[in-house]
Write a protein that binds this ligand. Structure first.
Ligand SMILES: [Cu+2]
Length: 467
């Protein structure tokens, strides 16, 4: 779907470059609307200065129209339906049919004209986070411009002066509009070889965002300040986030912007990376050091780079463990070590569909077939080649393959591990009772001799809690 749309858009651009009348060029450019949450193929620039395009995870790049040397984009702020992951759709606000809006890619020195049409029920603006621009183009409603009323179109115009990694979002009723998903990515490519900006083989980008959507409902609660329950990358939660598919040996860049209300330590397995840029620009070489996790604070952007030299399926995720879970994870009491034997049958007389959560840990949640309200994602889910992955939220996989073609971003499937390279069960003689250290006192996690009195919270799936 997205490829076809991009192809059609590209065909439109070619026609525009040919013989379109001045009248047509004086009219608003046709906005291109996206209906799919799939990762679109990179959009090679059909005109203007050349560059290596980025790939937006579960997103796409906005086509533009070249008008007398100016790159013209048309963003439409509007209500959208976004599939968060298969099985759950959210009613959000976004741009051009999706949340986030399309990525805008331009080249350092480009003059850019962006038409913004407001189809929301309230006024809005767009702030171009991180850009050098005339003050009146900065998009702060009331401060640098009047708000864009519903039904109106405003024009922003400036030169993309600084190459780098940026984002855009409203600066009008921000708490509501960002909680509803209004945001997008912006990349300004360097116009010439830049001493601090490498050429890379793959260049991915996505925004960190978060929602508070009650299980079973569709619309985010917009008055939530901190206690969000859906942690997403580009408004997608695992297993809805596409994998990053690369060829072994590729130099890979990942650009990440944080428009949630908390920080996210982003972690990649199996490789070390360096932070090569922020929304302030490329970092100086002497400021770079190897990392496997980098924290992306609120309102920050981080651009990381590494050589993908280890074949395999490598987890890539936020390191806050409650950010790799979907909704319903919050109110579950800790039951590890609590002996439920005999209790469940009694409770089930009162609550027929009662299930015990977590007496052996929470891993059972990954496989539990619990009745969930419609339009609700399981808390931890996703199937891997060895079983349930027990993850949700801000989690995906970096797939490094020897055989991946240079321009191929398709999913190569699960990694086939060479024989003898997978952790395996010990089948030799079992160890007798382990020898414990000689410290006096009881071990910290000893099982109590008698079952303690336990207060149980009985939870009926469906979000109705009773006691
Ligand atoms: Cu996080």
């Amino acid at each position: 779907m997205s490829n076809r749309r991009q192809f059609l858009a590209g065909a439109g651009l070619l026609a525009a470059a040919g013989a379109v009348s001045r009248v047509a060029m004086a009219a608003l450019p046709e906005p291109v609307i996206q209906s799919s949450a799939a990762t679109a193929a990179p959009l090679s620039p059909p005109n203007g200065r050349p560059y290596d395009p980025v790939v937006t995870l579960n997103g796409w790049t906005a086509p533009w129209r070249m008008n007398a040397g100016v790159k013209e984009f048309h963003l439409v702020a509007e209500p959208v339906e976004r599939e968060i992951a298969p099985g759950m759709v959210a009613r959000l606000w976004g741009y051009n049919g999706q949340s986030p809006g399309p990525t805008i890619e331009v080249v350092e020195g480009d003059r850019v004209r962006i038409f913004v049409t407001n189809r929301l029920p309230e006024h809005t603006t767009i702030h171009w986070h991180g850009q050098r621009l005339p003050n009146g183009m900065d998009g702060v409603g009331g401060l640098t411009q009047p708000q864009i009323p519903p039904g109106k179109t405003f024009v922003y115009e400036f030169v993309a002066r600084r190459p780098g990694t940026f984002m855009y979002h409203p600066h009008a009723d921000e708490m509501t509009q960002m909680a509803m998903g209004m945001m997008g990515f912006w990349v300004t490519h360097p116009r010439a070889p830049h001493p601090l900006i490498e050429r890379v083989d793959r260049d991915f980008c996505f925004l960190l965002n978060a929602y508070d959507i009650e299980p079973g409902s569709y619309v985010p609660k917009v008055n939530t300040m901190l206690d969000f329950n859906l942690w997403t990358w580009n408004s997608r939660a695992f297993p809805g986030i596409d994998s990053l598919n690369v060829r072994q040996g590729d130099r890979v860049r990942v650009r990440i912007g944080n428009l949630t209300m908390t920080n996210h330590p982003i972690h990649i397995h199996g490789h070390e990376f360096e932070v090569t840029g922020t929304d302030g620009g490329p970092t100086r070489r002497e400021s770079r050091w190897p990392e496997v996790t980098t924290d992306v604070a609120v309102g920050q952007m981080r651009q990381i780079e590494f050589i993908a030299d280890e074949e395999g399926d490598w987890a890539m995720h936020c390191h806050k463990s409650h950010h790799t879970m979907n909704a319903m994870g919050h109110a579950v009491p800790t039951m590890i070590g609590v002996d439920h034997r005999g209790l469940v049958e009694n409770i089930q007389k009162l609550v027929p569909d009662y299930m015990v959560m977590g007496e052996r840990g929470m891993a059972d949640m990954g496989e539990m077939e619990m009745p969930l309200p419609d339009n609700t994602l399981p808390m931890m889910t996703g199937q891997g080649p060895f079983g349930a992955v027990e993850m949700g939220g801000m989690f995906t996989v970096l797939k490094v393959r020897r055989g991946q073609k240079a321009d191929d971003y398709s999913d190569p499937g699960w990694f086939r591990h060479p024989p003898g390279t997978v952790a395996r069960e010990w089948t030799g003689a079992p160890l007798a009772e382990p020898v414990r250290g000689g410290s006096p006192g009881r071990p910290a996690m000893a099982r109590p001799r008698t079952t303690p009195t336990t207060e149980l919270t009985v939870r009926k799936p469906g979000g109705h809690a009773g006691h």
